[in-house]
Design a protein around this ligand. Structure first.
Ligand code: MRU
Length: 337
């Protein structure tokens, strides 16, 4: 159960998104019926999280078909609009994967594309329960059935998926089994997906939590406060190297040093077997403004140069296991995907 949060939905021939830029201050749903607005919503993180942008992109193709019909556009113009949706964010493979999957149905018409987009959403919803079960079994088998303190980074819950979530889905399942003492949620600079979104979801679910600055994660881990860390992924290469929100790599290194489990939890749709290793993953670089300003207020010299990658890649050697809806891949033991 995902506390009835619907980050992405299809209602009355429109894509409906819960505006994640406003949470936790406001819960506002917005309806989308044109392609430019959908692309803008994906780029500005109104909708975010790899599986959720995949589902939004899939429904976006239906909107692109509706728009093409309204404007009398030809097939080539439609294709260009669909490419723009697919390329709105480059790191999360789910977006390109879902758009390409529904595009195969374009020759069969709008209703066939819509039906496939709904299947993408439904499969994602079902995958959350499976990841939750497999991940919780994995942790309890290794750490014993006792209340654990878990650390997570970014937001991987119902806001980032159409399910109970990936890493946060495992945390929810652990909570249902009485196996959570507390969750440390990294703040997740610079857009605060941890303190704004994960904390909001944990509070709604009644799971004990605290937020910490990203810089406190290594200290929390190396001083024995954390039993295991769980994160999501935007793209996982065949060898297990995993791209996720910037700061994930630092958490993995600290877990490795402390000798505690570091789990990557993601649906199979996030696995990109065409990439042999993380070196081939394109990392999105975001604007200077995300660092020089905070909610419109200047917090750095205006001409400051920045380095603002949205994601980093954790090498497989630091990952204990990758949990998908199919199984736990024992990456630390040399298994690949
Ligand atoms: O930039 P975001 O907020 O889209 O980044 C999201 C993440 O890094 C998530 O951890 C990842 O997409 C997995 S979501 C289940």
């Amino acid at each position: 159960m995902s506390d009835s949060i619907k980050a992405v939905d299809w209602v009355d021939d429109a894509l409906v998104l819960l505006d994640q830029t406003l949470i936790p201050l406001e819960e506002q749903y917005r309806s989308y019926t044109d392609v430019d607005a959908i692309i803008d919503a994906i780029k500005r993180l109104v909708v975010r999280g790899a599986p959720a942008i995949g589902v939004a992109g899939a429904f976006g193709v239906v909107i692109a078909m509706d728009e093409a019909k309204r404007n009398g556009s030809d097939a080539e113009a439609l294709e260009r609009r669909i490419d723009e949706i697919r390329d709105a964010r480059p790191t999360a493979v789910n977006l390109a994967w879902a758009v390409e999957r529904v595009c195969r149905f374009v020759p069969q018409g709008r209703e066939a594309v819509l039906a496939e987009a709904k299947r993408v959403a439904e499969e994602d919803r079902a995958s959350g329960d499976e990841m939750g079960r497999i991940g919780a079994d994995w942790l309890i088998e290794r750490l014993g059935k006792r209340p654990l303190t878990l650390l997570t980074h970014c937001n991987t819950g119902s806001l980032a998926t159409t399910s109970i979530g990936t890493a946060l889905g495992v945390i929810r399942e652990m909570h249902n089994r009485g196996a959570i003492k507390e969750v440390y949620a990294d703040e997740t600079r610079p857009l605060l997906q941890g303190s704004r979104l994960t904390a909001w979801e944990l509070k709604k679910s009644g799971i004990p939590y605290r937020i910490q600055p990203d810089g406190a994660a290594a200290l929390a881990i190396l001083t024995g406060r954390i039993d295991a860390a769980l994160i999501g992924a935007d793209r996982i290469a065949k060898n297990g190297d995993s791209a996720n929100k910037i700061g994930s790599l630092a958490v993995a290194l600290a877990c490795h040093e402390a000798g505690i489990p570091f789990l990557v939890v993601a649906p199979e749709s996030t696995v990109d077997r065409s990439k042999a290793s993380g070196d081939e993953i394109h990392i999105e670089i975001r604007s200077d403004e995300e660092l020089t300003h905070f909610r419109g207020i200047q917090v750095a010299p205006l001409d400051a140069k920045t380095f603002n990658p949205a994601f980093d890649v954790t090498p497989a050697k630091y990952i204990s296991a990758v949990i998908t809806e199919k199984r736990a891949y024992e990456i630390a033991k040399g298994e690949t995907l």
